[in-house]
Design a protein around this ligand. Sequence first.
Ligand SMILES: [Fe+2]
Ligand SMILES: [Fe+2]
Length: 401
Amino acid sequence: MKTRYWIGMVVALWMLSPMCVSAQTGAEEVKKEQTVTPVEQIFRTQPYLQRPIGDEITICWETNVPVVAWVEYGKDGKLDQKKYLYADGQMICNNTRHHFRLDGLEAGETYSYRVCSREITLYQPYKKEFGNTAYSDVHTFTLPTKETTDFTALLFNDLHSQFKTMDLFADVIQKQGIAYDFVIFNGDCIDDVDEEARAIEILNHLNALADASDKPCFFLRGNHEIRGAYSIEMRQLFDYIDETTYGAFSWGDTRFVTLDCGEDKPDSTWVYYGLNDFEQFRKDQVDFLKEELASEAFKSAQRHILVHHIPIYSTRKVHYNPCFDLWNPLLQSAPFDVSLNAHWHHFTYYPAQEAGNPFPVVIGGGYKPEDAYMMVLRKQGEQLTLQVLATDGSEKLKLEL
Ligand SMILES: [Fe+2]
Ligand SMILES: [Fe+2]
């Protein structure tokens, strides 16, 4: 009993001694040093532009650590406006996913912006601590006006996470000096992803290909974006038009309609384990298409482009083609100038009527460098052209539409 008493006394006295205080402080210092992230490790992605509709655009980025996030932006090369996000008075912070919708912008004006992230190392009820602040480079974007007649769009499809093919296309863009306004990824580009880290890795590569900090991107869903453990969460990386994977947007006087065919086999196929209902989803798009075709935005547009992943017109036997049955009756009388498709991994061009298609259909290639193709859709005044380029930069097809 006596021994225990003396041991207790010695421990208590040591706890009060300067040596112990110094040891505790040292431990805290070490702990704090470990939790502050080096500034160059704060960003997980560079900013990428999404949903450039009307006078609004979304700037997305991810951080590796929880932060206070804000965007600095302005016209004429200035960054004189600052935007934080609040929900019911409380700043949305201490998070890692950042989607900032800028509104009230002037179409036709070039805006500069950078994204900023200050690490939060401690977020307690009565105590907050902060680490370093990371700033992205300054980037620019320009929203089209309703009168804009000229644009260039790039389309990629079925890249299937192949970095080599992406890099070859990046070389083509650079060597040929192709200037463009926005990019559409027409499905199967981020494929069968199991976890977020892999999705981000592929997204970063696609964003680099598209220069997505300066050029808005539309990520359409192919059937392979629907597969893999992370596929349901993956939609959170994007800001979809009307929060759905199909939609429509105008770029100046041209209307783009983007549809989503869903999976390429019936919902009852055993590999889906009864977890899909694309039958209803495709029917929903019949209603959407009817509304869109009757809309003022569609009717007043000078040109009309249809984009979807799985082709619905074909000269070869297709075993499962539910979108044809549902959408073809509406498409037969719709004034589209061209339909741009993907999925077959085999470049195909159908002039109008060749496969029952009321407008020309161009289907992109696959992911191997030898059969991959990118599309360059250019409008200058009333002239609309589609150029299809191989990974070595050679021209596969050029159409005057
Ligand atoms: Fe594919
Ligand atoms: Fe596909």
